[in-house]
Design a protein around this ligand. Structure first.
Ligand SMILES: NC(=O)c1ccc[n+]([C@@H]2O[C@H](COP(=O)([O-])OP(=O)(O)OC[C@H]3O[C@@H](n4cnc5c(N)ncnc54)[C@H](OP(=O)(O)O)[C@@H]3O)[C@@H](O)[C@H]2O)c1
Length: 224
């Protein structure tokens, strides 16, 4: 698969390296062409560098991996994304506050989808630290990392799932794109907990599906 990457920072490096190792081709881009070229050279055979627009036009999948505040500017420079699968891994987390800059409105992925109705937006890869994405494979206690994916287009979701599987992880159906905001809020919350020194892993033990709220017997309002 050919994957254009909007960004030449840590996430572009981590995921671009994994995907090239898995046999894909990537074209990385950034505001500093020399930095993008250096990243492509570091990733090696199968990696190229170019402009934002060249990354957008490179392949069927485009990974958006820039700082959240730069998303509108970078997408404007990227140009036409019609028919592309646009994987958004950004987190609009307010530094120090660990809230979302998008709070009170649609999340980043939904905003992008509204502004770019021709692109097939998928939210993925935003929940884990860049160092996790560098692991070969990202796995814990022998179990592959589960990667939630939110999106509306079946073909785009299938491509995202392939790219998740190809780096040794397990795709997790996160529902339609309207749920991507929950994924973004989860990232802000988890990053805040993690920055506070707590171990997030101990917070989410598995529950018996039969005892989840949706599975509970329906009770008439006011009858409790
Ligand atoms: N780091 C993580 O652990 C992690 C994990 C999951 C998701 N994410 C999300 O993934 C995205 C990328 O993270 P990262 O770790 O790769 O960040 P990074 O290493 O700081 O790289 C960010 C990229 O955005 C570019 N950029 C920043 N400001 C820009 C601007 N005003 N105009 C154009 N380009 C700009 C940077 O260009 P320069 O190199 O020229 O500054 C760089 O190419 C972020 O939204 C982040 O929230 C990060």
């Amino acid at each position: 698969m050919r994957i254009g990457i909007l960004g030449a920072g840590g996430m572009a490096d981590a995921l671009g390296t994994q995907w090239v190792r898995a046999g894909h081709e990537v074209l990385v881009s950034g505001r500093d062409p020399a930095k993008a070229r250096a990243l492509a050279a570091r990733i090696g055979f199968g990696a190229y560098a170019g402009s934002w627009a060249e990354a957008a036009g490179f392949g069927e999948v485009v990974l958006l991996a820039v700082r959240a505040h730069a998303v509108p500017e970078v997408l404007a420079a990227a140009g036409d994304l019609t028919g592309r699968t646009l994987i958004d891994c950004t987190n609009a987390v307010v530094p120090g506050a660990f809230t979302l800059a998008t709070a009170g409105g649609p999340g980043t992925a939904e905003r992008i989808a509204r502004q770019r109705p021709g692109a097939h937006v998928v939210k993925a890869f935003n929940l884990n630290h860049v160092d996790i994405w560098r692991m070969r494979p990202p796995a814990f206690g022998g179990a592959p990392l589960g990667v939630p994916v939110c999106g509306d287009d079946p073909a785009a979701l299938a491509l995202a799932r392939t790219l998740i599987t190809d780096i040794g992880c397990t795709p997790v159906d996160g529902g339609p794109l309207e749920r991507a905001g929950l994924l973004e809020a989860t990232a802000a919350f988890v990053i805040g907990v993690w920055a506070g020194g707590a171990d997030v892993r101990g917070m989410f033990p598995p529950a018996d599906p039969g005892r989840l709220p949706d599975a509970a017997p329906q009770t008439a309002p006011g009858s409790r």
